[in-house]
Structures are given as structure tokens and as C-alpha cells.
Ligand binder design. Structure first.
Ligand code: MSP
Length: 523
């Protein structure tokens, strides 16, 4: 069955479980360089990476963008404190993000820094378009500003004692001449657009929060500052630099050539998914689409909005002092152990509680006891009962149905960016295969057709598991692939055909190798 050629659907479109191959452009937030990469940053970046890996398996031409947000007051202040020019300061931190992503096996295709010329070209173009449309006007701002959020707050939004609701720090009084983006004019247009695109934001309850923000009334927001020099000057009034959020959001256009490479821009825009945390919903789901409408640019196709990883009930943040560094955890559970935990432990969209005990418990149960144990026991029995050569599966295996159901459920979950559900579906096939082995106990049988039948089916199920789990645990998937005697790279496989039952050829040497996930002992 090939599902790839219906001509009517636009590239990248999804209809039910049928996927139409096309370009697939995914972005992470760009991270402020005032802090080094922590688990909270890794969270969104790993989810985007796994989503992109899934789409590469589907045959899409994927562009995965991440990067760093380097302008604004917060960076200026951090640079001042370090005694460096902001550019030097940014240059010292940005590579740490790239290194962390490399270490975590994040296959990003582009890394944008907002201090690059291509970014300035896009910001200038977008500002000018909004200005020419009459949606940017001069005014005076008097109000409260949180530097950590780089955001103004109204009196009602602040906590008692003028504290920022996110950072719990006293906000600053600010009064200055600013240009304003007339967001208040966009309420109806935004509501109409979201009504016409009800599936644009996932999960749905987070989308409803964005709609709530729009319905509760929109205030114009400032797009420039005069008191700050570290930013991109407004093209029509260079005494002002661009407000950091207008600047930052435009990275998504800049990376595909807006204002600098029209052909590339036409190929890649609109973006398929903006992955964001719930803390930046207003800027991404309210400000950004209004800016694009004003400039006559197509709106994003989708937004996926994640919750926070909490440590002792608080958002992990440099200003809170509860930062967990991902690379420390990798030393304990490995890159794939860490990736798996991030993807599987929390239903995407909801907040999740991070704890060291939690990560070790997941590792031991799902990776050591389930996946690792299945791979090890299949290899052990093949060595003992099949002379180390993997038998072929049977066409009518009882596991075939489980495998088909696992594929459908995994694909459907990725389709709505629900990684924990995708992995749950894949792991159900691991459990079914382990219990198939326990039912038939091939280790107790004499070598012969009965043993071969059980092991052939188990190997085929393991092949499909490996494929479906590969976006989450890419290194482990490749290792298992090779150990069961398969050629090439898992990443060269194409779904859905590669997940069809019967792909394991048999007659291949199976190797046990060192334990994939040695159990971690707990006190
Ligand atoms: N620079 C802005 C984003 C501009 S995008 C045009 C910014 N940067 S940030 O570094 O402070 O955080 C970016 C994102 O990191 C958050 O929106 C969220 O996606 C992720 N996280 C940071 N801390 C987090 C947790 N503790 N838990 C989960 N994700 C969190 O905001």
C-alpha cells in the first residue's frame, strides 16, 4: 500500500492517518543567552527533535530550527555584569547551546542567532511592512516592566507588592517614548482566523488559553525602546531599537530567507509547527499572528504548546536558582535515557514534576526492564537455540496485529504532537512481545521450527519497535538495528511501508552485545 501520491492535498497536509509527504518546518523558541542551557530548554528542544525525526521517517523534507535570542535589556545587563560587550557575551554562551544540543543528539538543521545579518534583514523588512500598513505608531509608555520576561505588566497582572507573576521579582517603573504595535485592532481578525483553523494549536486546552487571552481584550504593545542601544534600529527612526519580542519572533522568518532570500522563503513558509512553552503563549499566539497579518505574511500552520518542568513545584529558571543541567543527567542515564524520560514522562502540554528518583524509576522500568530486556533475551535465545542466526517471522503471527495497532496509534499520537502517547503505543508492542515470549517459553524448548517461529516473530516485533522508538532513542535504535543483523541506518527507513509486518528477512546473525540500559540500583 502506498499512501504517498494523492495529488489533491497540499504538501505536508494530514488527513486521518494518511500522511502526504512534503516540506516540514519546525521551530523551537530561541533561548536567551543570559543563562546556560538547562533541562527546561532541553525539554522543548528534544520534543521538537523527536517530532522532526518522526517526519523524516515519513519521508518529509524537514527543517528543524533552533537558536539564540541575543538582544534586549536582559542580555545587556548580563553582559554588563560579566564586564563584556553584549556581542562578546553572546558569543561566549551561544555555542554552549549548540554543544548541548549536539550532546543530546538533537538533529537541528539550522541554528539562528539574532545578531546575524540575515536576522536584521528580516526584522527590518517586517517592521517596515507593519509601519507602512499603519499598524505601528508613536506613543508614550508609562508602566511596569519585568526585565526577566522582557514584558510589560498591568497592575492587575502583578502579584502583591508589584511582583512579576513569573519571576516573583519587583518590576521596574518605566516611562519612555515608544512605537506601539496596534494590537487592539486585531481582536476580531484573530478570533476569525482561529475559528477558521480550530486545530491550529495543540493541545486543545492550551489553544483555549490563547483564545481566552484574545477574547479578554488586547492592548497595544511597544515595539521599540530609546533607553537601550543593544538591538536592531527601527528603519524609519534609528534613535529607537526594536523591542526584543518583535525582534525575537522574526527569527522564524529570518531563518527561511524572509527579507534576504525570496526563493527559500517561498519554499519553507508558512512554518508547520512552532513549539513553545506556555510562558510565551501570548507572544506567539497573539502578538505574532497579528504582526504577520499586518505585514501580509501567511500565518503559521500550527503551534504546539508545552507545560513546564517543575522542580519542587517551581518552574526551573536561572532566577529561581533551581536549575538542573541536562548534561549531568546524561552521565547517569545516558543520552537516550534522558531523551526518553523527557518525552515519555509528561503528557505534552501539562506541567511535569522533575525528580532524580523519577528519572531513574522510568529508566529502570521502561528501558532496562522492557526494551533492554527484550533485546537481550531475544539475542540470548537466538544464540542458544538458533545458532546465533535470526529466523524469519511468520506472516500470520499473533504479534502482527499488535504491531499494526502500535503503528497506527504511534502515528496518530505524533500527528497531534503527543510524544508520551506515541511512546506508550510503541511500548505496548514491547510488552506484547515480552509476554509472547513468556507464553511460549522458547528457552525451554528443543531447537526446531517451534522455537524458530517464536523467535522470528519476536525479532520482527523488535525491528518494528526499533523503528517506532527511533525518534525518541536514536542511538539505541541504531544499535539494536545492527545487533539483529539489519543493514544501513534506521533513519533511511520510510514509513508506513517499513512498519508493515514481515520486513525482517531472517538468516541474519544476531548479536547480544553489552546491556543497552544497565539497571541503576536505587537505595
Ligand atoms: N527568548 C525567549 C523566546 C523567544 S522565541 C521567539 C525566551 N527564552 S527562554 O530561554 O527564557 O525560554 C524559552 C523556552 O524554554 C520557554 O518558553 C520554554 O519553552 C522553555 N523552558 C524554559 N524553562 C522551562 C521549564 N522549566 N520547563 C519547560 N520548558 C521551559 O523565553
Amino acid at each position: 500500500m502506498t499512501l504517498r501520491s494523492e495529488p489533491a492535498a497540499p504538501p505536508g497536509a494530514r488527513i486521518g492517518s494518511v500522511h502526504h509527504v512534503g516540506r516540514f518546518y519546525v521551530t523551537t523558541p530561541i533561548y536567551y543567552v543570559n543563562a546556560e542551557p538547562h533541562l527546561g530548554h532541553a525539554y522543548t528542544t528534544i520534543i521538537g527533535d523527536a517530532l522532526c525525526r518522526w517526519h523524516r521517517l515519513l519521508g518529509d523534507d524537514v527543517k528543524y530550527l533552533t537558536g539564540t535570542d541575543e538582544h534586549g535589556l536582559k542580555i545587556q545587563q548580563a553582559a554588563d555584569a560579566a564586564g563584556l560587550h553584549p556581542q562578546e557575551f553572546a558569543d561566549s554562551i551561544a555555542p554552549k547551546f549548540a554543544e548541548a544540543w549536539d550532546r543530546l543528539d538533537i538533529a537541528y538543521d539550522d541554528f539562528i542567532r539574532t545578531t546575524e545579518p540575515r536576522h536584521a534583514a528580516a526584522v527590518t523588512e517586517l517592521l517596515q511592512r507593519c509601519y507602512d500598513a499603519g499598524d505601528i505608531e508613536l506613543g508614550t509608555y508609562r508602566g511596569k516592566y519585568c526585565v526577566s520576561c522582557e514584558e510589560y505588566y498591568s497592575a492587575e497582572e502583578l502579584l502583591e507588592g508589584d511582583l512579576c507573576p513569573v519571576h516573583k521579582r519587583v518590576v521596574d517603573d518605566v516611562e519612555e517614548e515608544n512605537y506601539f504595535f496596534r494590537l487592539s485592532r486585531f481582536q476580531d481578525r484573530l478570533l476569525d482566523w482561529y475559528t477558521a483553523h480550530p486545530d491550529a494549536m495543540v493541545p486543545e486546552f492550551r489553544g483555549n488559553e490563547a483564545l481566552g487571552l484574545i477574547k479578554s481584550g488586547l492592548r497595544d504593545f511597544s515595539v521599540s525602546r530609546t533607553s537601550l542601544k543593544w538591538g536592531i534600529p527601527l528603519p524609519w527612526d534609528p534613535d529607537h531599537v526594536t523591542y526584543v519580542w518583535f525582534d525575537a519572533l522574526t527569527n522564524y522568518l529570518a531563518a527561511v530567507g524572509f527579507g534576504s532570500n525570496q526563493a527559500e522563503y517561498r519554499d519553507w513558509w508558512p512554518v508547520d509547527y512552532h513549539l513553545i512553552g506556555k510562558d510565551i503563549l501570548r507572544q506567539h499566539c497573539v502578538y505574532w499572528p497579528a504582526m504577520l497579518m499586518s505585514a501580509g505574511v501567511d500565518l503559521p500552520k500550527n503551534w504546539a504548546i508545552g507545560g513546564w518542568l517543575l522542580v519542587d513545584g517551581e518552574k526551573m529558571a536561572k532566577s529561581t536558582g533551581n536549575v538542573v543541567t541536562p548534561l549531568d543527567l546524561v552521565d547517569t542515564v545516558g543520552v537516550d535515557g534522558f531523551r526518553y524520560y523527557v518525552l515519555a514522562n509528561t503528557a505534552y502540554g501539562h506541567d511535569g514534576d522533575f525528580s532524580y528518583d523519577g528519572i531513574v524509576a522510568r529508566y529502570n522500568s521502561d528501558l532496562a526492564n522492557n526494551l533492554g530486556n527484550l533485546a537481550a533475551r531475544v539475542a540470548t535465545v537466538v544464540a542458544k537455540k538458533c545458532g546465533g542466526i535470526g529466523p524469519a517471522p511468520a506472516a500470520d503471527s499473533p504479534l502482527a496485529e499488535h504491531a499494526a495497532a502500535a503503528y497506527e496509534a504511534t502515528a496518530a499520537a505524533w500527528d497531534i504532537v503527543a510524544p508520551s502517547r506515541a511512546l506508550e503505543a510503541t511500548w505496548s508492542l514491547i510488552r506484547a512481545t515480552n509476554s509472547h515470549l513468556e507464553t511460549h517459553e522458547p528457552w525451554k524448548l528443543e531447537p526446531g521450527p517451534e522455537v524458530d517461529a517464536v523467535l522470528g516473530d519476536a525479532l520482527e516485533a523488535l525491528r518494528i519497535v526499533t523503528l517506532l522508538a527511533s525518534p525518541a532513542v536514536p542511538g539505541t535504535a541504531q544499535t539494536i538495528w545492527e545487533r539483529i543483523g539489519l543493514d544501513g541506518a534506521v533513519t533511511d527507513q520510510r514509513l508506513p511501508d517499513a512498519a508493515a509486518w514481515g520486513g525482517y528477512p531472517g538468516g541474519r546473525p544476531v548479536e547480544k552485545g553489552a546491556p543497552l540500559f544497565p539497571r541503576i540500583s536505587t537505595p
